[in-house]
Design a protein around this ligand. Structure first.
Ligand SMILES: Nc1ncnc2c1ncn2[C@@H]1O[C@H](COP(=O)(O)OP(=O)(O)OP(=O)(O)O)[C@@H](O)[C@H]1O
Ligand SMILES: O=P(O)(O)OC[C@H]1O[C@](O)(CO)[C@@H](O)[C@@H]1O
Ligand SMILES: [Mg+2]
Length: 332
């Protein structure tokens, strides 16, 4: 193998840059040529390629986002789109590919391996931490710290005004970010898609807390919480807005809502994100040199390892109930 390529796909995540840097510098150290692909799978179809050297990844280890740019590309989900991508890679002499992205991007990796002779492997890069077979996806640590910083600040003003705050965080279908930051931030209630709740029990806990002398209530809600509850259906907007309206109406408390949004995706990667990303990038190159394909680099019990992509995207793992119960007890 002489030439590999690297791309980032799906929502960007802090730590993608250190991962790119590691792929590029490890590959060059192993005498491989590296092609950078801009805009994720869109760049494969449009042949947005450039040669990378050690200097291409200088001064990026500390930067959020991705220097390769990212995209969501509908055309890559079509056979015709993917055929163009394979032809472009072949023409360029690319024999293997490292894809850094989330579950959707890994589905793309599966297709590449099934339909072409290009060897493709994945690195989990998403703030959602919604993959199986890995404790960790690049970006989640920085996102958690960003959310925590917001919770701390909201707590100050919530306390001064003796208010209830609903804080909505990202995570797509996963409640991981809400759960972990809810525990770390001391939220009174954590609402995640994986666990049923009744709006009344949330309101009761808020009222009880204030009656006992609490100066604020912080309710952390994941964006993936739908409104399957009859009570929530009549409220409009995001789950956070709906919950805020409901709490205000039922408890009479002064209630405010903060939707954290895309600020959760930005920022300089934390030490953990940089370290894991650097280790994962090197491991991905190692896998390709061993002739492996259709694998994802994973992180389990403080070790970098490897798993099958099909297992990583299965969504077999769900929320940690011990952590959920603990957060509940500690916030009483
Ligand atoms: N079934 C599929 N077949 C081929 N390509 C796919 C498939 N699913 C997703 N992709 C490609 O992967 C891209 C990224 O997927 P998606 O938008 O789900 O983000 P992700 O990788 O899961 O990251 P995140 O969830 O963090 O934003 C899609 O825009 C598409 O180009
Ligand atoms: O950046 P976009 O396309 O609005 O996507 C937002 C989604 O991407 C993520 O930030 C990462 O998957 C999700 O948490 C969120 O639902
Ligand atoms: Mg995803």
């Amino acid at each position: 193998m002489k030439k590999i390529a690297v791309l980032t796909s799906g929502g960007d995540a802090p730590g993608m840059n250190p991962a790119i840097r590691s792929v590029v510098r490890t590959a060059i150290y192993k005498d491989l040529e590296v092609v950078g692909i801009r805009h994720g799978y869109k760049g494969l179809i449009e042949k947005d390629f450039f040669d990378m050297n050690r200097g291409s990844v200088a001064d990026i280890v500390q930067r959020g986002g991705t220097i390769l740019l990212s995209a969501r590309c509908e055309e890559f989900k079509t056979e015709a789109g993917r055929k163009k991508a394979y032809a472009n890679m072949k023409e360029e002499g690319i024999e293997a590919l490292v894809v850094i992205g989330g579950d959707g991007s890994l589905r793309g990796v599966q297709k590449i391996n099934a339909e072409s002779d290009i060897k493709a492997v994945g690195i989990p890069g998403t703030i959602d931490n919604d993959l199986s077979c890995t404790d960790y996806t690049i970006g989640v640590d920085t996102a958690m710290n960003t959310i925590l910083d917001a919770i701390n600040k909201i707590r100050d003003t919530a306390t001064s005004h003796e208010r209830t705050f609903v804080i909505e965080c990202m995570g797509r279908d996963s409640g991981y970010l809400a759960l972990m930051t809810g525990l770390a931030g001391g939220a009174e209630y954590i609402l995640v898609p994986e666990i049923d709740f009744t709006p009344q029990e949330v309101c009761d806990k808020i009222t009880q807390g204030f009656n006992r002398g609490k100066l604020h209530s912080l309710i952390l809600i994941a964006e993936g919480v739908e409104a399957p509850f009859a009570d929530l259906n009549k409220y409009h907007g995001s789950p956070g807005m709906a919950m805020g309206d409901l709490i205000r109406e039922r408890t009479g408390m002064e209630t405010r809502v903060t939707i954290l949004g895309h600020l959760q995706r930005g920022g300089s990667p934390t030490a953990t994100d940089r370290i894991v990303a650097s280790r994962m990038g090197a491991k991905a190159v190692e896998l390709l040199l061993e002739g492996k394909r259709d694998k994802m680099v994973n992180y389990r019990d403080n070790s970098i390892g490897v798993c099958e992509i099909k297992d990583a995207i299965k969504k077999t793992e769900t929320i940690n109930m011990d952590i959920y119960n603990l957060a509940n007890i500690l916030s009483m």
